[in-house]
Design a protein around this ligand. Structure first.
Ligand SMILES: [Zn+2]
Ligand SMILES: [Zn+2]
Length: 365
C-alpha cells in the first residue's frame, strides 16, 4: 500500500507535512489524486483557529476547493458518478446526506450532515485524508464530483469552486439577468468572479465597489466585465443614483468581509423589491443601524447564501471552457505543498511578494 502526503493543521498557525496510508476502497468510494486545491478566506480563518466549533477542529487536513484525477474507484461509485479512473474532476466541498428535508428539495447547502472536505473531519476520522492540502483525498460514497475538461490549465480550472459560488450568489439567488443593474461590494476573488458572471448573465450594468486600497482589483473588475467601479465613501448613494438615472440596482451582493456599511448602504442602493444578497461573514458581529422600516416599506429582500450547488458548478465549468483565458489574470499565486504555510499567510496578507494575491492554489508538486 502506498502513502499519501498531507499538510496537517495541528493547532492554530501550525501546519506540518505528514504521511498517511492510502486506504483500500470498496464498491462505492474512490481515491482522488489531487491536481490542485484552491484557497479562500475560510482557509485563513481556519488556520488562525477562528472557526470554533465548525467542523472537524484540529488536527485536520484543510482544503475544500479540490480538483484532481480519479486514481482508483469502485464499480458502484463509477456507475453512480459517471466517471472512471483517470478522469479529471472537481469535488464539491459538501457531502450531503441525501435524505433530510433540505436535501430532498435540492437545497443541500443547508444539509447538516457534517460530512465534507477540508472543514468537516479531522485526521482522527478514518481514513484521515479528508482535505485537499494533500497528494490524495478519500472520496466518500455520497461525494458529488463534476467531470472537467482535460485541456484547461490547472490554475484557471481551479477557479471552478469560487466561480460556482459567484454564479449562485449573483445569478441564481440574486437574479442578475438580461438588463439588470447589479452592485457588488468587495472586489475579492468572489466579487470579481461575480462581476464576470453577472455580465455573462446579461446584466446591463455591473458596478463594483471597493476602497482606495483596492485600485488594482477594481481595474481587474473592469477587465472582467464590470461597467463601473466606485470607491466607497459618503456619496456612494448619490453616485449610484446618477449612474442609474435614479433607477437604482436590482441586486446588491455583499462579499466584503467584516464590513457592515455595504449592507446598511445597500438598502438605499436597491430599488423597490430589490435583493440584497449577503455572502460576506462579519466575524460573528451583529449589525446595528439597519433601517428596517425602509426594508419593510420598500419590500427589500435580504438573502443569506452559503456555498454553491450542482447547477452553479456545472455553469462554472461551462464558463471556464468558454472564457478561461479571460479569467487567467485572477490566478496570481501557486504554491507547492511544502510551501503550504506561505500560501495561507499570503492569502491572509501576512506575506507579500509585492503582487496582489487573488486566487491562490496549492499543488502537490
Ligand atoms: Zn472556499
Ligand atoms: Zn441532508
Amino acid at each position: 500500500m502506498s502513502n499519501a502526503a498531507a499538510l496537517v493543521l495541528e493547532s492554530p498557525r501550525n501546519m506540518n507535512l505528514r504521511h498517511f496510508v492510502i486506504p483500500e476502497i470498496g464498491s462505492d468510494d474512490a481515491i482522488l489524486k489531487v491536481e490542485a486545491c484552491g484557497l479562500c478566506g475560510t482557509d485563513y480563518e481556519q488556520w488562525l483557529g477562528h472557526l470554533g466549533d465548525w467542523g472537524g477542529g484540529m488536527p485536520i487536513v484543510p482544503g475544500h476547493e479540490i480538483m484532481g484525477y480519479i486514481d482508483r474507484i469502485g464499480p458502484g461509485a463509477a456507475k453512480r458518478w459517471g466517471v472512471r479512473e483517470g478522469d479529471r474532476v472537481a469535488v464539491e466541498p459538501i457531502v450531503p446526506c441525501g435524505h433530510c428535508a433540505d436535501c430532498v428539495v435540492g437545497a443541500y447547502t443547508r444539509c447538516q450532515s457534517d460530512v465534507g472536505y477540508g472543514l468537516y473531519h479531522g485526521t482522527k476520522v478514518a481514513p484521515s485524508l479528508w482535505g485537499g492540502y494533500a497528494t490524495h483525498v478519500y472520496l466518500h460514497p455520497r461525494t458529488m464530483v463534476h467531470r472537467l475538461p482535460q485541456d484547461i490549465p490547472t490554475d484557471v480550472m481551479s477557479l471552478v469552486n469560487p466561480l460556482s459560488n459567484a454564479i449562485r450568489w449573483v445569478y441564481e439567488v440574486g437574479g442578475a439577468a438580461l438588463g439588470k443593474t447589479v452592485i457588488i461590494a468587495g472586489p475579492g476573488q468572489r466579487g470579481l468572479l461575480a462581476a464576470f458572471a453577472a455580465r455573462r448573465a446579461g446584466a446591463a450594468r455591473v458596478i463594483v465597489t471597493g476602497t482606495s486600497a483596492d485600485k488594482a482589483r477594481l481595474d481587474l473588475a473592469l477587465q472582467l466585465g464590470a461597467t463601473d467601479v466606485l470607491e466607497t465613501g459618503s456619496d456612494l448613494v448619490a453616485r449610484v443614483t446618477e449612474l442609474t438615472n435614479g433607477e437604482l440596482a436590482d441586486v446588491v451582493l455583499d462579499v466584503s468581509s467584516g464590513a457592515m456599511q455595504p449592507i446598511v448602504e445597500g438598502v438605499d442602493l436597491v430599488k423597490r423589491g430589490g435583493r440584497i444578497v449577503l455572502a460576506g461573514l462579519k466575524g460573528n458581529q451583529p449589525l446595528n443601524g439597519l433601517p428596517i422600516d425602509k426594508v419593510v416599506l420598500r419590500e427589500i429582500q435580504l438573502l443569506g447564501v452559503l456555498s454553491a450547488g450542482w447547477q452553479s458548478t456545472e455553469l462554472a465549468i461551462e464558463l471556464i471552457k468558454q472564457d478561461g483565458p479571460k479569467l487567467a489574470p485572477l490566478c496570481t499565486h501557486s504554491f507547492s505543498l511544502n510551501d503550504g504555510t506561505a500560501a495561507v499567510r499570503t492569502l491572509g496578507r501576512e506575506l507579500s511578494d509585492g503582487r496582489e494575491a487573488i486566487h491562490i492554489t496549492l499543488t502537490p508538486e
